[in-house]
Each structure stands twice: as structure tokens, then as C-alpha cells.
Design a protein around this ligand. Structure first.
Ligand code: VGL
Ligand code: ZN
Length: 211
């Protein structure tokens, strides 16, 4: 099924940053493989937005901040269960930079997220407290956009949460599956697809757009 991209559609490129690429501190397997495809897809979209995971060095999501805890264990916080991660995307470090292999000069916005020390933010729309907004929904509404097409890293965390919040916010959301890669910790990938399907998020291969 071919989808005709319109000038109102937006490509949301999630967290294509060195710490999520091979060699990074929270490397997503095959994360680098999506970059040429993301570049190609971006040529079809007039509107492209990036998200950028952007944490202070003492961020609450880092296992290093919790005595006796290891990465991928969980803790309970006020806002719910938090997975603990290796230190990653610390602001002003190379790991936090967007990949220089992204070749999308017409991208219009970079939304940073996760900069509040005590709140994680997988979603590009709102932080994990489900209250603090990033401003992305307001930006998109003001720009009068149509559908959102989401790509990037990682499928089961920042891509999924961004897609879910977009759908909850009333946007028509599609994830382009082969332009994502997953962390897949403890069944998180299967769960993410189930959640997205239940929320009405569409799932397509890139050939539906590229032909
Ligand atoms: C992400 C875990 C922690 C992601 C960000 O971009 O999917 N995952 N921070
Ligand atoms: Zn993070």
C-alpha cells in the first residue's frame, strides 16, 4: 500500500544520537543501519522535527545515581516505575550529539527532553510524570500539520512513547518500522507494539512511502 506524503505531514526523527549508536553507552543494535534510510525518507517530507535525549550528568534515570542498582533494573518513583539506564546522552558530551551522518538540512526543530534531573522523558511530547509538556504538541498545532511519521531510536522506548502521546493528543501517527531499531529489554518491544496497536498507531514498512 503506497502512502502519498503531503506537505502537511511531518517526519519525527527520534534520538539518533551517538550514545544510541554502536559504540555508544546505550547502543541500540543496528542503530546505525537506519541512518541512510532516515535521510532518504526525509527528502519526501517538507516538515522534519528531531528529538534529542538530553540529560544532566546526575539524572535520575541513571543507575549510577542509585546505590546498589545496575542498568536495566527498575525503581519506583513518584510517577511510576523507572527503568535504570547506563549514563547516556549527558548534555554537552559527544554521546548526546545528533549523528553527523544525518543529512537533513531542512529539519526545522530539535526538541530536547529529559533535562529535568528528577523526571525522565522518553516521549517527545511530555515527561514521564505525564504532566510536564515539552511544547511539541503546541508547535505542531501552530504549524497546522497533518499526519506524524515516526522513525529513530529506540522503537520500544522513545519512538513508542512519542507515537503513543502523539496519538493521545489527537494526531494521526504512523511508525515506519524498518527506520527504527529496538533495545528490547524484558519483552519491551512486543509490549510497545501491542500498546501502539491498541492506541491506533499505524505500522508500515518504508517501501510504503518510498515505493
Ligand atoms: C531512550 C532509554 C533512555 C530512547 C532514551 O531514546 O529510546 N531509551 N533514554
Ligand atoms: Zn534517556
Amino acid at each position: 500500500m503506497t502512502i502519498a506524503v503531503t506537505p502537511q505531514d511531518v517526519l519525527v526523527v527520534v534520538d539518533v544520537q551517538y550514545d544510541f549508536l554502536p559504540g555508544g553507552s546505550l547502543a541500540v543494535a543496528g542503530g546505525d543501519e537506519i541512518v541512510p534510510l532516515v535521510n532518504k525518507l526525509a527528502t519526501r517530507f517538507r516538515n522534519v522535527v528531531f528529538t534529542q535525549d538530553w540529560h544532566p550528568a546526575d539524572h535520575i534515570s541513571f543507575a549510577s545515581q542509585h546505590e546498589g542498582k545496575a542498568p536495566f533494573e527498575t525503581i519506583e518513583l513518584d510517577y511510576g516505575t523507572q527503568v535504570l539506564w547506563p549514563d547516556h546522552c549527558v548534555w554537552q558530551t559527544r554521546g548526546a550529539e545528533l549523528s553527523r551522518d544525518l543529512n537533513i538540512p531542512h529539519a526545522q526543530l530539535i526538541i530536547r527532553k529529559g533535562y529535568n534531573k528528577a523526571i525522565d522523558s522518553y516521549s517527545g511530547f511530555q515527561e514521564a510524570d505525564r504532566e510536564t509538556l515539552t511544547g511539541l504538541a503546541g508547535y505542531l498545532s501552530e504549524r497546522d500539520v497533518g499526519r506524524l511519521f515516526v522513525v529513530g531510536l529506540a522503537t520500544d522506548f522513545c519512538v513508542a512513547w512519542t507515537a503513543l502521546d502523539g496519538a493521545a493528543g489527537g494526531f494521526d501517527v504512523t511508525v515506519i518500522e524498518d527506520a527504527t531499531r529496538a533495545i528490547d529489554a524484558n519483552g519491551s518491544l512486543e509490549q510497545a507494539w501491542a500498546d501502539m496497536e491498541a492506541a491506533g498507531v499505524s505500522r508500515i514498512p518504508s517501501r510504503d512511502i518510498l515505493g
